[in-house]
Design a protein around this ligand. Structure first.
Ligand SMILES: NC(=O)c1ccc[n+]([C@@H]2O[C@H](COP(=O)([O-])OP(=O)(O)OC[C@H]3O[C@@H](n4cnc5c(N)ncnc54)[C@H](OP(=O)(O)O)[C@@H]3O)[C@@H](O)[C@H]2O)c1
Length: 387
């Protein structure tokens, strides 16, 4: 029986992780549930899964959560400190890091500091603090088990392969909802259109990141850190069917691919069960889905966020933190209809151009770069990307 600590339990990854836990009651139990503001959903989950403790990031809703859990005997922590406290609890066997954005970095570091294996969904953690996180994971001898479907695919392809045999990573991308939209129409797309992903059902932020290809850029940086491979040995192939979740080329020219239906519960289950493979509970891959598998080059001229991520990856230091913070602010503004779709890459470009990267950054350096980029990104006028 593994005890699972679930940070970000009310989100898309969080709720699908609970589906996996529920499907294997003899294998998994919930130790920790943590969310930010969704106190009603958190209370429902807590009453159903009976964790040892829950945490709510935004203390404003603490009285509501207390009321909802009255008589349950489940302890409650609150605020950023509360989330950090539950992230570093001693009981869990694995901590699922499924917060969204850079908010996931400190709790992930806290869990590693406590010596916990991490099932990592929160890619921004590695984008921003890749060296800190992988360094601490090595020092504490804690595995980083990828939950992102592409990185789970690469991880699975690499199981049992000798060190030094990896030549290239072929990272697949669905291409997002605007893969075929002419460039001149991109300026007019709305948040509602961008939120309609063709193959995956996900949280709002990652869905917008998929539409701009920023998500794929983040995944390149995530792969650099997870698999210790330079960005110039990672290629992005657009594969609209989302059947092949990524491929690995070895030094002898052989290529292994991992395939499956687009269902995040499969990589979540693999990360929780690793190194075992648990029986299939979710839908199987059918022949029909595999009849026409196609690949295209990404349209980087029209979706420049992907190139900006490669650029930030080459510069390293604090630049990926700026890329991420500018993107977080721009996505939030886009979702509120404050800026247009083309302002998303333009905001990132402006923040990267204005930043002088610090190499080998400490957590404080990363926080300062994050803050600087957030202020700049928040003050840029709408329309800087044209439209
Ligand atoms: N969704 C997918 O299919 C998918 C696939 C691959 C990778 N990922 C990655 O997984 C991560 C989570 O994505 P998602 O789509 O599940 O996001 P989401 O649906 O927006 O959920 C985010 C979760 O994090 C919680 N949270 C956010 N900020 C917090 C804070 N400061 N303190 C405590 N809890 C906080 C949210 O709580 P509230 O509900 O209270 O706001 C929610 O439970 C992202 O990094 C994403 O890139 C997602």
């Amino acid at each position: 029986m593994k005890t699972v600590s679930l940070l970000g339990s009310t989100g898309s990854i969080g709720t699908q992780t609970l589906d996996v836990v529920e499907a294997f009651p003899d294998r998994f139990r919930v130790g920790v549930l943590a969310a930010n503001r969704s106190w009603e959903a958190l209370a429902r989950q807590a009453l159903k899964f009976r964790p040892d403790v829950v945490a709510l990031g935004d203390p404003q809703f603490l009285p509501d959560l207390r009321q909802a859990l009255i008589g349950s005997g489940i302890p409650i922590e609150a605020g950023e400190e509360g989330v950090l406290a539950v992230a570093s609890r001693p009981e869990p066997d694995v901590v699922v890091s499924a917060l969204v954005g850079v908010a996931g970095l400190k709790p992930t570091l806290a869990a590693l500091q406590a010596g916990k294996p991490i099932a990592l969904a929160n890619k921004e953690t590695l984008v921003v603090g890749g060296e800190l996180v992988t360094g601490l994971a090595r020092q504490k001898n804690c595995p980083l088990l990828p939950v992102d479907s592409e990185h789970s695919a690469i991880f699975q392809c690499l199981q049992g392969q000798p060190a030094g045999s990896l030549q290239r990573i072929l990272l697949t991308a669905s291409g997002g909802p605007f893969r075929l939209l002419p460039r001149e129409e991109l300026g007019a797309v709305t948040a509602e259109q961008a939120l309609r992903h063709p193959t995956w059902s996900m949280g709002a932020k990652i869905t917008i990141d998929s539409a701009t290809l920023m998500n794929k850029g983040f995944e390149v940086l995530e792969a650099v850190h997870l698999f210790d491979v330079p960005a110039d040995r990672i290629e992005v192939w657009v594969h609209p069917q989302s059947v092949i979740h990524s491929m690995v080329e070895f030094v002898d020219g052989s290529v292994l691919a991992q395939m499956g239906p687009p269902d995040m519960r499969t990589p979540i289950q693999y990360a929780l069960g690793w190194p075992e493979r648990l029986p299939r509970t979710w839908s199987a891959l059918g022949l029909e889905a595999c009849r026409h598998l196609t690949f295209e080059e990404p349209r980087t001229a029209d979706f420049p966020c992907l190139s900006y991520a490669f650029e930030a990856g080459r510069i390293q230091g604090t630049m990926p933190a700026v890329l991420n913070a500018a993107n977080e602010v721009a996505v939030a503004r886009f979702l509120k209809h404050e800026i247009g779709f083309l302002d998303l890459p333009a905001t990132i470009r402006a923040c990267m151009d204005a930043h002088r990267a610090v190499s080998n950054p400490s957590l404080e350096d990363l926080e300062a770069a994050d803050q600087e980029a957030r202020e700049r990104a928040g003050s840029l006028p709408a329309g800087i990307g044209g439209g």
